[in-house]
Design a protein around this ligand. Structure first.
Ligand code: FAD
Length: 307
């Protein structure tokens, strides 16, 4: 029986595990893939105090740090559900069940991709998902933002300060962002908005992105747009499907609702990082919330665990 069982091995999970182990609690981490989204990231320049690093390097350092403590890391294991009797249980895809007195859910999120030719090939080489992370890489260059919802228009406004020109491509005939954002975007001289545009291909020169093609859904004419970067902003999906039939309350977007201590609606279950309703999704934020959730779980244990 674990005192704290962390589900997820990204920055939030690693942080939660270290904080729990440092309290002398019996801590386990169960993760499908240790490292999470960070493993898929090339350059990281906003992890404060580390001027520049790379995803795989940071993942190795995270694991090394967790391994400094007596933490049982179970990799390649997917959680399927959580339930409660006297203890909390996590049922795994392998058929095994893990028991714990408290749980920190840190299963993260995944970006919805366009699923067009070239997208996967040029991921990290011009195809980007995070304007806060990768915007500065395209300083003075033309970029496209795919998606005209709030995140797409926010990204366009953000990028317009840095890059030469932003072209927003929206599939539908209208933008789905808040009016105030649309107004702001339309007022900026270097943002162009094209609706009814279906992105069909990412173009590149084998090394990096050189442009994209899209079809005008009215005329069916194909256009080419030369760009150095493509920010895909068509949704961030929380990895919370496995909690749908549990007592853990989710928002309408599937994010776990947490309070200031990282507590969810299910007693003893805490959550951190991109899977929660936290306003912004970044490594440093995920690590901070992992610490919060872990301290929240500790607080819960000293009040509830009398064994
Ligand atoms: P994740 O990193 O998503 O980790 C989730 C963990 O949960 C993984 O271990 C996963 O295997 C596991 N998991 C999921 N479901 C299950 C399950 N059912 N059972 C067991 N385990 C499960 N942020 C920055 O601050 N700077 C950057 O430069 C930056 N660049 C990025 C570039 C890319 C391409 C991407 C995709 C993201 C980038 N981000 C960046 C965002 C950052 O990576 C995330 O905010 C951060 O990783 C979130 O951490 P997390 O621990 O909440 O979740």
């Amino acid at each position: 029986v674990f005192d704290v069982l962390v589900v997820g091995g990204g920055p939030a999970g690693a942080s939660a595990a270290i904080y729990s182990a440092r309290k002398g609690l019996k801590t386990g981490v169960v993760a499908d893939k240790f490292g999470g989204q960070v493993s898929e990231t090339l350059g990281i320049e906003n992890f404060i105090s580390v001027q520049a690093t790379q995803g795989p390097k940071l993942v190795a350092q995270l694991e090394e740090h967790v391994n400094q403590y007596e933490v049982d890391i179970m990799k390649g294991q997917r959680a399927l559900s959580v339930s409660a009797d006297e203890l909390l249980s996590i049922e795994l895809e392998s058929g095994a069940t893990l028991k714990a007195k408290s749980i920190v859910v840190a299963t993260g999120a995944r970006w919805r991709s366009m699923n067009v030719p070239g997208e996967a090939e040029y991921k990290g080489r011009g195809v980007a998902y995070c304007p806060h992370c990768d915007g500065p890489l395209f300083k003075g260059k033309p970029v496209a933002v795919i998606g005209g919802g709030n995140s797409g228009i926010e990204a366009a406004i953000d990028l317009a300060n840095i890059v030469e020109q932003v072209t927003v491509l929206e599939f539908a005939d209208t933008l789905r962002a808040d009016d105030v954002l649309i107004k702001k975007a339309r007022s900026l001289p270097n943002i162009t908005i094209i609706t009814h545009a279906q992105t069909t291909q990412v173009l590149g020169d084998d090394k990096k992105v050189t442009g994209l093609t899209y079809i005008d859904r009215d005329t069916h004419v194909e256009h080419q747009l030369p760009v150095a970067g493509i920010f895909v902003q068509i949704g961030l999906i929380p990895n919370s499907e496995w909690l749908q039939n549990s007592d853990v309350a989710l928002t309408q977007f599937g994010e776990i609702e947490v309070d200031g201590k990282g507590a969810t609606s299910m007693s003893g279950v805490y959550a951190a990082g991109d899977v929660t309703s936290s306003a912004f999704k970044q490594i440093i934020i995920a690590m901070g919330s992992g610490a919060t959730a872990s301290l929240g779980a500790f607080d819960y244990l000293i009040r509830h665990d009398t064994s």
